[in-house]
Design a protein around this ligand. Structure first.
Ligand code: AMP
Ligand code: MG
Length: 314
């Protein structure tokens, strides 16, 4: 628990995975790469294990967790899938889409996983290390981003080590994550209608195309803290839409706006999404007291990048 203890970092080879399974089985926490960001995983069926995630992150307990499963069959054991949920699973799983669905009464999940809600958030991840861990553990794994609550999400094992240290019982170092932004969260309402609770790599337009139906915008208050105004905070003031650096500012550039570093010199939004948190971590560690970020077009995954930037700046 002490931050003085060095973190336990291992590569995800057969030895590392076996150690991870042992830690998870005994109710501990394991930081693991997914295709989005690093997650802090614990077995979702035990209250003490789930409590370990909230404790390590300093996460408010009204904030529910995403449950990761290896495949659709495992997901269907936990939640009720209607035709729309099957369509989305066929189109986007494994991958960076989380579905909020009615939780089955028989689901072997600790109540804290869904913070008392009658729903559960489910995802089948694509990253080979997370998939290997799910297969070897044979358990649904609750896994929020592997950072202290409210901070910038980790895209490298070093980010996890810097934020959580030995608060994670084990960190599996599987390199840099590919997508770099957390999964899209979509809520399918039992009575009909759906909403995006958190924008991400799977766009609203892509979901609407698969469902053949536009999102309904009946907002129901905050269900996902990705919806809270301040999140992903780098610990310094952040100015958006910056065309040039002002005094004592570290500028994160994009496209034609050069910076101390750039999200993408060529203006590639996928590259910008993948590099966003890495750039925010670098900016947080820079000597300048302020951070500025160049304008990002609100197109495709640009919507999710701007969502994270607005919250980092709030
Ligand atoms: P994180 O794990 O930090 O990426 O955050 C997980 C996100 O999923 C949070 O924004 C949660 O509020 C959201 N979430 C998890 N379960 C549910 C649920 N049952 N209903 C709505 N949102 C959920
Ligand atoms: Mg998070």
């Amino acid at each position: 628990m002490s931050t003085q203890t060095p973190p336990n970092v291992q590569v995800p080879d057969a030895v590392g995975l076996a150690e991870a399974v042992r830690v998870l089985a005994s109710g501990g926490t394991v930081a693991v790469p997914t295709e989005t960001v690093y997650g802090l995983a614990a077995r979702a069926d035990r209250a003490e294990a789930v409590a370990g995630i909230y404790r390590a992150k300093g996460r408010p307990d009204f904030n529910p967790l995403i449950v990761h499963v290896p495949d659709l069959a495992a997901a269907e054991a936990l939640a009720e899938f209607d035709q729309r949920a099957h369509k989305l699973a066929d189109a986007f799983w494994p991958g960076p889409l989380t579905m909020v669905l009615p939780r089955r009464a028989t689901a072997p999940l600790a109540a804290a996983v869904s913070a008392g809600l009658p729903t559960v958030a489910l995802r089948v991840p694509a990253h080979p290390v997370m998939r290997a861990l799910l297969a070897a553990a044979g358990l649904p794994l609750a896994a929020p981003s592997a950072n202290r609550s409210g901070g910038v999400s980790p895209t490298r094992a070093a980010h996890v080590a810097a934020s959580l240290g030995a608060r994670a019982d084990l960190i599996l170092d599987g390199g840099t994550t590919q997508q770099g932004l957390e999964s899209t969260i979509v809520a399918l309402r039992p009575g009909g209608g759906w909403q995006i609770l958190r924008p991400g790599p799977v766009t609203e337009a892509a979901i609407a195309a698969v469902l053949g139906e536009e999102a309904t915008d009946a907002r129901r208050g905050i269900e996902a803290p990705g919806q809270l105004a301040s999140h992903y905070a780098p610990g310094k003031p952040v100015r958006l839409q910056a065309m040039a650096a002002e005094a004592d500012e570290f500028l994160i550039g994009f496209g034609a706006v050069p910076g101390a570093i750039s999200l993408s010199d060529t203006g590639d939004l996928a590259e910008a999404a993948a590099r966003l948190y890495d750039c925010l971590h670098l900016a947080a560690a820079a000597p300048e007291q302020h951070i500025a970020v160049a304008p990002i077009p609100e197109v495709g995954i640009g919507a999710a990048i701007n969502d994270r930037l607005r919250r980092a700046a709030a």
